[in-house]
Ligand binder design. Structure first.
Ligand code: DX5
Ligand code: ZN
Length: 241
């Protein structure tokens, strides 16, 4: 498993909102603009009512950046695609527990294939899905919209959920467990990312907020810089407290 070499608070652009006609260039530009992780939303028109990328696209993007690929599977069934995305260059693979008949098996499979493993919680998914599998997790992804589309409004209840998951992760690490990233996905923008950080999230997916705000030269330095500024202000306030 490769070292991901990312900062403690990570910006993960969702390429769902990028220009699909020049995806490689979009990935290069958004990472060159200061983002940390490439979030790849895989939708199957079955688990969610939309259709996006398969492993072939992931593989085609791999030579364009060294940044970690965070593959968010919104597919059912899950297991067959795990190996394919691992071979296509995924670093992290997450899936929705409702989409797998055997959650523990799918999580194990992801790590067997050499990737970090994540579980995704929909807005109405209870935290009890985390019981008994914390030791298998590298990432917990909280959906702050219902999965399927970019550009939806942030569901505020996700902040309460993030706080509760943060407590679980801290307790797990204090008991000797390995670290787990806490990611949020949906409706994150410059005007709410700080509040999201305050709830204990460390990895921030943003699709439409980033790709909808290109600089004049087609890069994303302005918006990624503004998101980073909010995170830096949060970190500085926390250090001062
Ligand atoms: C929704 C996807 C998200 C989406 C986020 O199913 O998982 O990653 O692209 O898009 P924004 O940031 O536009 O809400
Ligand atoms: Zn996503």
């Amino acid at each position: 498993m490769r070292d991901l070499a990312v900062p403690p608070l990570r910006i993960a652009p969702s390429i769902l909102s990028a220009d699909f006609a020049r995806l490689g260039e979009e990935v290069e530009r958004v990472i060159a603009s200061g983002a940390d992780v490439v979030h790849i939303d895989v939708m199957d028109n079955h688990y969610v009512p939309n259709l996006t990328f398969g492993p072939i696209v992931c593989k085609a993007l791999r030579p364009h950046t060294k940044a970690p690929f965070d593959v968010h599977l919104m597919v059912k069934p899950v297991d067959a695609l795990i190996g394919m995305f691992a071979e296509a260059g995924a670093d992290i693979i997450s899936f929705h527990p409702e989409a797998s008949e055997h959650v523990d098996r799918s999580l194990s499979l992801i790590r067997e294939k050499g990737c970090r493993a994540g579980l995704v919680l929909n807005p109405a998914t209870p935290l009890s899905v985390l019981d008994h599998v914390m030791g298998r997790l590298d990432l917990i992804l909280i959906m702050s919209v219902n999965p399927g589309f970019g550009g939806q409004a942030f569901i505020p209840e996700a902040l309460n959920k993030a706080r509760a998951v943060r407590q679980r992760i801290d307790a797990h690490v204090a008991a000797g467990g390995r670290p787990i990233w806490l990611e949020i996905d949906g409706g994150v923008k410059t005007d709410n990312i700080r509040q999201v950080a305050e709830s204990g999230v460390d990895t921030f997916v943003a699709g439409s907020a980033i790709f909808g705000a290109p600089d004049k030269d087609g890069f994303y330095r302005g918006v990624v810089g503004a998101l980073r500024e909010q995170l830096d202000a949060f970190s500085a306030a926390r250090r001062a407290a």
